[in-house]
Design a protein around this ligand. Sequence first.
Ligand code: ATP
Ligand code: MG
Length: 398
Amino acid sequence: MLILVHYGEIALKGKNRKFFENMLVENIKKAFKRINLDLKVKKVNSQLLLKIEKEEKERDKIILILKNIPGIYDFSFVKKIERKKNSSDKKVLEELRKKIIEELKEKYKDKETLTFSIITKRSDKSFTIKSPEVNSYIGEELYNNNFKIDIKNSKIKIYIRILKDEILYYYEKYYGMKGLPLKQGKVLCLLSGGIDSSVAPYYIIRRGVKVDFLHFHTFKENSLVLNTKIKSIIKIFNKYQFESKLYLIPYHEYQLSTFNKIPERYDLVVFKNFMLKIAEKIALEKGYDAIITGDNLGQVASQTLENIRSTSFNIRHTILRPLIGFDKEEIIKKAKEINSYKYAIEDYKDCCSIISKKPHTRVKVEKIKEIIEKIDYKKLIEDNYKLLEEYTIKEYEY
Ligand code: ATP
Ligand code: MG
């Protein structure tokens, strides 16, 4: 089985191109290894040719894998005609034409209702017959065999790629997730288990950045979180990035030490500032380039512009909010698409939901500053940091 992979954006990246290519190849190999499929990868003119020694029955699995590798633009199952040293270009083309006509006759018995076109790309310029000539040479024979040609709006496209050692041809393209290959840098995601933070990592991973997770929970012990939807959501992201770290901290310590010290309406914003503060500390100690959250603007009480500013009070590390401009329905659509939705909506006792029923919607930074200065914030951070435990999650789900 032969698969042609296009990687779009990385072809543009100048000197880094080789590096990006190698990363993509490595990731493809890793993803296939996970389901015990061996493959060989050959680089051909800014494309990859994958050779897999397995029968057709693995096709659906392979489609799923390739659709979920960051950096792949599109891919196709292809067939090839070899360009042997001693055979002329004309002869090779003749062979190609014969094959295509035979296959199309077999494949499209109801061809009366369909229209066809040919798209040739001559990547190897040593092939003496130019693309338009290839198109008309094959088109003519299609016409002779009663296939309807429609150059602009055809139902079926016949793609032909002329390479140095072979000519590839195929009829169908699958789109990948695009973006850039992993991994270039890493970020720490504040994961709540809700819908938003179960989508935000997708947009960062797609840019080739590895995401690890930090979660504050209401259980007595960290390890209990491993039986919850938090782990299920991380498994969803492991289909793109193989494995993730999960940092866990129980909420009870914070709850006890701040009891009666924070006016209720400010509690949520202070807690969010506290979570970011801990995230920043982890980021600095473990080398994360940024912190990400599932915040989106003005959606609920705590996510007004003022509150976002206040929750970020005194955080100097970069915070990325990939969903900031999204509408809820767009987020839900994406959550369904990547399969995190079914877990995100499961019942779960989240800390934020037990904090404040009526949070202040316009908390001033000065107010947060004032509240924080009254409690021993430094000690609070340090005490909680001691409760941090780190797990590595390798399981994945498509
Ligand atoms: P989500 O759907 O991600 O829960 P939300 O719209 O419910 O978001 P909030 O609950 O206010 O909004 O949370 C905003 C962001 O704060 C979350 O997207 C997440 O990044 C972070 N966050 C909230 N609760 C937690 C938590 N318990 N542990 C870690 N991060 C959290
Ligand atoms: Mg939430």
